[in-house]
Design a protein. Structure first.
Ligand code: NAD
Ligand code: SF4
Length: 429
């Protein structure tokens, strides 16, 4: 086996052993082991006992929602694509780049055949003959592992012409991104796959209607597609895993000030507080301060009973949980997020290009002790207006963390105007 670079030894644990069944240890499960532990039996079942329509109905009934962050119902997205004529394409979005998000890499690096099997079954349901995995450039080992696993699957007859002797043919190509967060936005990803600059397209049309090379295209996240073999295996039993309406396993990447950062698998009937407990609780006995849900929202102590599901008051998103303690500064954390969005804005829309720059500069004034009350108003103005003139998710969500922090940690902004940092991070001599 060839040498794979840069695979961090991430902690992974599960109370239900579905998505992480084979992925708790830091090693790659290759095809022989995958098969002997039940792998590819869902594909065999799908191709011999189920019609494509049976699988689409199963996915609809499973209530599976997109695990890339938006939580859009997967079955509904598939229906949109199926309403359009062939050829249809399937794309796996493996460009996870949200700050603090490292859940998909666990599947890619440790159990790649789970994703590949999920893609083959999905392609069968969607009538697609070609699929793509768009993986972020920062996952070089994941790219090589996927290429090798795909070759193993081809040799075994799970990919290629007439899969397992049926008239269904499908193959997968792996494509590497080059380090731009925006290429995880589905239409920028499609542009990049087409060989163009990764700039988002205006939607509609959505990719399900007009995607890669103008053809109907389903873009699903790694974790979403990895649920498909589990749904086909468990059928109606899948609907007993987790709370009503939000069935199935979910991966939660936790980082920051917890004892055991890592990726945790659970049903979605847990709360944010319980998730932090799963990761061993607060590190060094420090007092909890906040959770940053990736770059997209801020949760305070009052929010610790938030359910980790996709309900309107649920945590939703990718499940990314960055935990801050009493000695972390909210302004400092917002600056990290602000630098990220300013750097990653593709520049196509002026409110996003200029607004993310302004947001960052104003936040820095609070850290430097030069901000006034007027700057709080200006931050609010930017939070309101950046999304209005933006065309993609980056611009819609860039101000979210600042907006939440202004509501939940407003006193910290005022204290910084007085050159006081409650965490003792800013204004050091
Ligand atoms: P969205 O809600 O606009 O769309 C979600 C999905 O549903 C898309 O695939 C879209 O094509 C489809 N869809 C929605 N309405 C449709 C319709 N009427 N017809 C056909 N298809 C339809 O969200 P988005 O802009 O695709 O994604 C934003 C999310 O991405 C954010 O919530 C963010 O959390 C997440 N994100 C995640 C990462 C990561 O690293 N995982 C990175 C960046 C952003
Ligand atoms: Fe680019 Fe921002 Fe416009 Fe999205 S909102 S297309 S990232 S400039």
């Amino acid at each position: 086996m060839r040498y794979y670079p840069n695979i961090p030894d991430l902690n992974a644990n599960s109370s239900i052993n579905l998505l992480l069944k084979r992925a708790k240890e830091n090693r790659t499960v290759w095809i022989e082991e995958y098969e002997t532990t039940g792998g590819y039996s869902a594909l065999k079942k799908a191709l011999t006992k189920l019609t494509p329509e049976d699988i689409v109905i199963m996915v609809e009934e499973s209530t599976l929602r997109g695990r890339g962050g938006a939580g859009f119902p997967t079955g509904r997205k598939w229906r949109f694509a199926l309403a359009n004529p062939k050829p249809r394409y399937l794309i796996c979005n493996a460009d996870e780049s949200e700050p603090g998000t490292f859940k998909d890499r666990i599947i890619i690096e440790r159990d790649p055949h789970l994703l590949i099997e999920g893609m083959i079954i999905s392609a069968y349901a969607l009538g697609a003959e070609l699929g793509f995995i768009y993986i972020r450039g920062e996952y070089p080992a994941g790219y090589m592992i996927l290429e090798d696993a795909i070759e193993e699957a081809r040799k075994k007859g799970y990919l290629g012409k007439n899969i397992l002797g049926t008239d269904f043919s499908f193959d997968i190509l792996v494509y590497r991104g080059a380090g731009a967060y925006i290429c995880g936005e589905e239409t920028a990803l499609i542009e990049s796959l087409e060989g163009k600059r990764g700039h988002p397209r205006l939607r509609p049309p959505y990719p399900a209607n007009e995607g890669l090379f103008g053809r109907p295209t389903v873009v699903n996240n790694v974790e979403t597609l990895s649920n498909i073999p589990i749904i086909v295996t468990y059928e109606s039993y899948y609907m007993s895993i987790g709370p009503a309406g939000y069935y199935g396993p979910k991966l939660f990447p936790i980082s920051g000030k917890v004892k055991n950062p890592g990726v945790y698998e659970s049903t979605m009937d847990i709360t944010l507080r319980e998730l932090i407990d799963m990761a061993g609780g607060m590190k060094d006995g420090k007092k909890f301060k906040a959770v940053f849900a990736g770059a997209l929202g801020v949760y305070s102590e009052r929010d610790l009973d938030t359910p980790m599901d996709y309900s309107p008051k649920g945590f939703g998103g990718t499940g990314t949980t960055i935990v801050l303690a009493e000695d972390d500064c909210i302004i400092d954390a917002l600056i990290v997020i602000g630098e990220f969005f300013h750097h990653e804005s593709c520049g196509k829309c002026t409110p996003c290009r200029v607004g993310t720059y302004e947001l960052l500069n104003i936040l820095k004034k609070f850290q430097e002790g030069t901000a006034t009350e007027k700057d709080i108003k200006y931050l609010e103005h930017l939070c309101e207006n950046i999304p209005v003139g933006s065309i993609c998710g980056l611009g819609y969500s860039a101000p979210n963390a600042v907006r939440d922090a202004l509501k939940k940690f407003r006193d910290e902004f005022y204290l910084h105007i007085e050159k006081k940092c409650p965490a003792g991070v800013c204004f050091k001599e």
